[in-house]
Ligand binder design. Sequence first.
Ligand SMILES: Cc1cc2nc3c(=O)[nH]c(=O)nc-3n(C[C@H](O)[C@H](O)[C@H](O)COP(=O)(O)O)c2cc1C
Length: 181
Amino acid sequence: MSEPVVITLGVTGGIAAYKAADLCSKLTQKGFQVQVVMTENATKFVAPLTFQTLSRRPVITQLWEHADWKPEHVAVAQETKLFVVAPCTANFLAKYAHGLADDALSTFAISMHCPALLAPAMNPAMWSHPAVQENVRILQSRGVHFAGPAKGRVACGADGVGRMASVEEIFLAICELAGKR
Ligand SMILES: Cc1cc2nc3c(=O)[nH]c(=O)nc-3n(C[C@H](O)[C@H](O)[C@H](O)COP(=O)(O)O)c2cc1C
């Protein structure tokens, strides 16, 4: 039997974080091993326990939890075959584009050289801001894949481009990138 493909699923602090629980469940059911890494702000929207139960694996929320001989960001990076961030905040886009590493997720992000897929989710005014668009261009020029964002109504009531792509669309993009359809 072949080893399960390990996906690191980053969850950042946007209202769409609750949808990531469904994505996590679908990926686990498909046979992927899902390592969830949440930013501190993401834990204000959804409890780590939700992801821990769905992924059947402890969730990482900070760098200093496990005093192992091998730093965790190195261990996670080595086993990850696909890096996914859903939802991806404007803040994480900026950090990833510029190589900041000030929490667990951003440190893992720049420790990995595997394919990456981001599913941005934010208010349309944030998405259309030149700083955000410039960060998207930087990441695209490095080969980072994007799912969405989609057009429609966002949680705060505004209409425009910024909604997270549907869980189904993100799931299919992951299966495609992981060669598992
Ligand atoms: C109720 C609420 C909803 C938010 N939703 C979003 C969002 O959908 N997208 C986004 O980029 N930021 C959103 N933010 C702002 C982020 O939480 C904030 O920029 C934070 O610093 C992101 O941190 P992180 O990227 O480390 O998770 C929201 C903030 C609040 C209070």
